[in-house]
Design a binder for this molecule. Sequence first.
Ligand code: ADP
Ligand code: ZN
Length: 730
Amino acid sequence: MAGPDYFETGARVGVLTAQPLDGVLDYRAPEGGCRRGDFVEVPLGPRKVIGVVWGAAAGGFDPARLRQVLRVLDVAPMREELRLFLERAAEYTLTPLPLMLRLATRAPGLGDPPSMRRVYRPGPGRPGRMTDARARVIDAAAEHGGLAFTLHELARLAGVSPSVVKGLVASGALIEEDAPRDLPFPRLDPARPGKALTADQAAAAAALRTGIREGGYGTTLLKGVTGSGKTEVYLEAVAEALAQGRQALVLMPEIALTGEFLTRVEARFGARAAEWHSGVTMSERRRIWRMAGQGGVQLVVGARSALFLPFRDLGLVVVDEEHDGSYKQEEGVLYNARDMAVLRASICGARVVLASATPSLETWVNAEAGKYARLDLATRFGRALMPEMRAIDMRAQTMQAGRWISPALGAALEQRIEQGEQAMLFLNRRGYAPVTLCRACGQQVGCEDCDARMVEHRHLNRLMCHQCGATRPIPVICPSCGAEGRMAPVGPGVERLQEEAAALFPQARIATLSSDLFASARALKAAIESIAAGGADIVIGTQLVAKGHNFPLLTLVGVIDADLGLQGSDLRAAEHTFQLMRQVAGRAGRAERPGLALLQTFQPEHPVIRAILSGDEEGFWRAEAQARHAAGVPPFGRMAGIILSGKDLGAVMELGNRLARADGALREIGAEVYGPAPAPVARLRGRHRVRLLVRAAKGVPFQQALRRWIAPVRTKGDLRLAVDIDPQSF
Ligand code: ADP
Ligand code: ZN
């Protein structure tokens, strides 16, 4: 953006706020002037909101009525690099810029003047009478001594009115002091030696280090099976970035994975990394946000939102398990954190490492085409091998009703338990049974608000909708036909599998890992650590267990239903099943113990199942790439979903049909529109969802055409339109 960088008192400036309906608004520069990039507080209607000085004013607005910027916040100004990133990301995802800015200003209490935060501690003074309310304030101050609060926060914490706190301060019973500046983070020492690397690892680490020393942008796929030392290698890249005085960011798909990583960082660099995700306290996030801008944070490990931190000098971004679907944000601003990491790095001149045992097809293709460099760690560390993989042909197994562990799998389990080794059963279904149905009329229980079945969760003794989270009691009387006592669970979930395993192996210690069975990320972490230490004989889990956890005693993985992901018409089904099965199998066999993975399948001849068993990865990717190429879909074509939603299906469909007909802007670039058709989640929280899919060739101005196409749409009432660039399913 052109224009001056400094605005004198009273000069017109454009300020971008995070208010969805307003873009850049005109103000007068505050007393003392302001600079481009300054975080400011501005009046907006009756409110005060946070904004960023974006550039020269747009003009046009009556100068006499311009309001003045209230103040410049005491934080590092937004750098040009982050501004550009937000602008390009907004353009790419067709997101209004204010919503993008919102992602970058998610620091709790960002707008609080630092002068309002104080440290409180009990003092020697005596208030007139020690009422309950006063005592609660003193207790709260004693308990949280050293933490900085605003007076209102302390009052809220103690459940009293602010006047009680003020009174105590006046009487000297409570001492109020200036809050110290943010506590600095302990320094990580990149010069400390790491582990002695194998030849493979050393070569990969050297290549990454060289890239960072050379500076500038570049992306590398770091491919290697679980346990091959990818983490060890990218820690070397982190060390190099830190040694250059630059910052590093490591993204992980799952909060539960950060624990082990933090421990390893501490062992390697002598101090912990900063941890950024929704489970981190507000004051800690505030501190990380501010310190990232000042360069006081060297290494951040976190969830995808960490990508929007105002780093002073980001030199490296690692995306661990880069293929993981949870990098795609599916609500609010729809973006893929892996792609956005590459975008930000290309703007700020940083290196990207995409680490995976089973890369996404997009990344594999980019590496084949030479857009990304590729480093392979061919073997596991130590002498451990990739597990042997075998199919159990379920057509040849005699199964009792209500049983899912085949005799062949049961025998393998028994053997492992006898040898004192650990086994894992994998089933990607939470709850007790996926279907609850009436034996009298055959009707299934569905969610009232979503297009989804209600899933029985026995530990809650309720049915739950996995789309919206609604629960209700398990009905005794059929809601459809009124028959009594005929409702029955059908099919297996992990809870039911646990029951079956417990009946088969009454002596075995069984641990079930499913996200809904743990109250907190910390409880889940503890369970994972206990399993790793040998606290279970059989681990039962959903896809939660597929994600990079390190279980050294595990030697057998049994996949209950390898065909599960192959149903449906999603073009990514093959890729996802292949990745998931290889990931899960990769849990088995580490150190000196060989592993075995057994896949229960009704279609052992299916090409995807055969590719999984043969381990011919490159062959699988090549075949998959050819199929996508032939179909003209990503990564060989461009794709976008337009999701229309509303309470009234008729109105949603009508809008969809209107859009499908008015496709002039799309035809100009040779794009095609499919639909409207029910979206992959067709009804959610009482809203109907319909999707139009747009497909275009690569190299055409795709976003521009989409923007022109949807620009005339005025959504009335509760109708909503969301754009999903590069949808996960198509
Ligand atoms: P990945 O990230 O590919 O799953 P890790 O880096 O976690 O692999 O390595 C797997 C295990 O092997 C870890 O416990 C790690 O500490 C150990 N390891 C890997 N490489 C080495 C090495 N060169 N020296 C010692 N231990 C290593
Ligand atoms: Zn629901």
